[in-house]
Ligand binder design. Structure first.
Ligand code: ADP
Length: 390
């Protein structure tokens, strides 16, 4: 039987999945993570489709993505000796203004995606390093690339632009939007399980280490909180979210900070970590009783409430809210704080089902259905890889 590998390469990590191809429908076999690539000590873990741990090893240094893929391949061959890799699906953060769907990767296509590296310098080079390594490692397999920006490509022009002179739009300074694979999964899931909501007005809150919200009408993105980069919108684990651009001018002109220093501040030292001075991890903050930790959560949920109201205005009303991502799926406190006093919008949370992170966490009388749906970006990639390599 043919198999599909999914790869999601970050700066120092490589998430992967193995799927069996049965017709067009990939069946998950395992997922895994190579962590701390380039660090003194790396780790490689493997989980079954139910999330149960299959193996975990701490290893010597794994210097780069090529070596990480070697480790993954060795591990998969050892655990699943009959697997024959027919396709590799890659998550790539940026597809530019034109890519509105997955593509089959060729050497020319890879060069075109390299041109987009300046648009996402902290993500795109690592994604492409992973793709490059896989082309060498699995030369017989079809390489399929799925873009985080693709889902938003048909959003309205007003949500695609900034109020800058139009020549900046023409050179690519646009609101691209990200987390598209997660939104695509949720849209597909709603189409299957709640078609009446799928055809209506839905806001999806993807709240993980990265966080954004997307307004969907009939399963299509019409607006999102992330824009040109993965910095805008909601505050995140270590990223600032919405920021007055005047702050950056002040830091440059008055505080003498350079681009690298500001980038480090906005991407790595801000968000929940910056506000709490403690951690970027929501679980740690929820367990802490410091004022700063409480305030970090308060700011996170306050900004989410503002964006929820703003996106409801974009949609002209609201039929459903979906929470997903590590925080959205698991934190009853965050969901409750975001939905508090939202009766004016038709949102009424049911405390008991919210505490249990049930599939529906709103009351029967709530005008807006509030749902918790675990996302599955790997499955979206695997489906695209199965379809395009058939
Ligand atoms: P990524 O964006 O890296 O994929 P995840 O979607 O896994 O991240 O989300 C990670 C976030 O989810 C962390 O802030 C973590 O603390 C939070 N999280 C996971 N489980 C819980 C939980 N039970 N309660 C609160 N927060 C949680």
């Amino acid at each position: 039987m043919d198999h599909i590998v999914t790869l999601n390469a970050g700066s120092s990590s490589l998430k992967f999945g193995l799927f069996a191809r049965q017709g067009d429908a990939p069946v998950p076999i395992c997922t895994g993570l190579v962590d701390r690539i380039g660090g003194a000590e790396a780790s490689v873990s493997l989980r079954g489709p139910d999330g149960g741990k299959l193996s975990e090893e701490v290893s010597d240094m794994i210097p780069d993505h090529e070596s990480a893929q070697d480790r993954v391949l060795t591990l998969l061959q050892r655990q699943f000796p009959a697997a024959r890799i027919a396709a590799v699906g890659h998550r790539v953060v940026h597809g530019g203004p034109d890519n509105d769907r997955p593509i089959i990767l060729t050497p020319d296509g890879l060069r075109a995606l390299e041109q987009l590296e300046p648009f996402a310098p902290l993500h795109q080079p690592y994604n492409l390093a992973g793709a490059r390594a896989a082309m060498g490692r699995f030369p017989e397999a079809t390489q399929v690339v799925c873009f985080d920006t693709a889902f938003h490509r048909h959003h309205p022009w007003v949500n695609d632009t900034f109020a800058l002179p139009t020549e900046y739009y023409d050179i690519g300074v646009r609101r691209y939007g990200f987390h598209g694979l997660s939104y695509q999964y949720i849209a597909g899931h709603l189409a299957q399980t709640a078609p009446e909501l799928h055809s209506g007005r839905v806001i999806v809150a993807h709240l993980g280490n990265g966080a954004s919200m997307c307004a969907m009408r009939a399963g299509q993105s019409v607006g999102s909180t992330m824009g040109f980069s993965a910095l805008d919108g909601l505050p995140m684990g270590t990223r600032c979210g919405q920021l007055d651009p005047g702050v950056m001018l002040y830091l440059m002109e008055q505080k003498g900070m350079g681009a690298a220093e500001i980038s480090d501040l906005l991407y790595r030292k801000s968000g929940l970590l910056g506000l709490s001075g403690l951690s970027s991890d929501m679980r740690t903050l929820e367990q802490s009783d410091t004022t700063e930790a409480r305030r970090a959560i308060e700011y996170f949920t306050f900004r989410a409430r503002r964006e929820l109201g703003s996106l409801a205005a974009v949609l002209g009303g609201l039929d459903a809210v979906v929470f997903t991502g590590g925080i959205g799926e698991n934190s009853a406190r965050v969901r409750a704080q975001i939905c508090a006093d939202m009766a004016w919008l038709g949102i009424e949370l049911d405390a008991q089902s919210n505490d249990a992170s049930a599939r529906v966490v709103s009351t029967a009388a709530s005008g807006v259905q509030v749902m918790v749906i675990p996302t599955n970006e790997e499955l979206v990639i695997a489906r695209a890889a199965a379809e395009m390599s058939a």
